[in-house]
Design a protein around this ligand. Sequence first.
Ligand SMILES: NC(=O)c1ccc[n+]([C@@H]2O[C@H](COP(=O)([O-])OP(=O)(O)OC[C@H]3O[C@@H](n4cnc5c(N)ncnc54)[C@H](OP(=O)(O)O)[C@@H]3O)[C@@H](O)[C@H]2O)c1
Length: 248
Amino acid sequence: MAQRAAAVRNIVVTGGGTGIGRAVSLRFAEDGHRVTIVGRRREVLHATVEQIKAEHGLDVTPVVCDLADPDDVEAALSQLPDRVDVLVNNAGSRELAVGAGPHGMLARWRGDFERNVLTAVLITESLRDRFTDSGRVVTVTSVAALRGGGSYGASKAALHAWNHSLAAQLGPQGVTCNIVAPGTVAGTEFFGSRLNDAELTRRAGRTLVGRVGRPADVAAAVVFLASPDAGFITGEILQCNGGELLGR
Ligand SMILES: NC(=O)c1ccc[n+]([C@@H]2O[C@H](COP(=O)([O-])OP(=O)(O)OC[C@H]3O[C@@H](n4cnc5c(N)ncnc54)[C@H](OP(=O)(O)O)[C@@H]3O)[C@@H](O)[C@H]2O)c1
């Protein structure tokens, strides 16, 4: 049977310097695509660029940008590809150390929406005119959007609602917009020191497969939804959590 030649695509991965984003970036680079990684910390991005070069012989391009800051996003646009085949909105975080009372609540809620919603919305809206006619937007949310995550879960759930309208708006031009919602994933910066052995064991016990996720598990789901073969799937949420939502 004849092999289909895969076209080289322009891929932008936010939060591509660490964790899940780095695994996603490596998968796309290994498949021969041109990958741009975006994050706030220049040194982290450059370390990832060098590591991927040294260990895999592959090039990825770093762009330093705070995606929650509209001025920064505008300034970064000139460094991003003119045509974007795939945007992976992966950047996001959760800050637990905020004060008490209404001011603490305001900081927590506003912060979670800035860290997780605006980091996806500002860049996606800014790149809207650059998506190719088989473009893909894949946004990383969380199982917390459905299962008790306070302001963090609420911010990820907001992305689910946003993705639905985005899919409706971009669908006529051939662009699909989908979500990957991971459960617990070890080996990233997300939990800091909170994910000790006891916590890992507890979380693994909540899944049906007896382990927490790896960045590569999530990368595989993202790569599938970004593939040409997934062109008839849009507005969807793909849970990637080892059955954690179902529980035992
Ligand atoms: N690990 C898990 O268990 C888990 C579970 C469910 C969902 N998720 C989601 O998965 C995504 C990736 O997380 P991860 O686990 O891989 O954690 P991570 O290692 O902390 O990755 C987050 C990345 O996002 C970047 N980032 C954060 N805020 C940014 C901003 N304002 N502008 C630009 N870049 C920003 C960070 O780089 P800089 O700090 O340098 O900007 C970092 O590279 C997040 O959206 C997270 O909510 C993770």
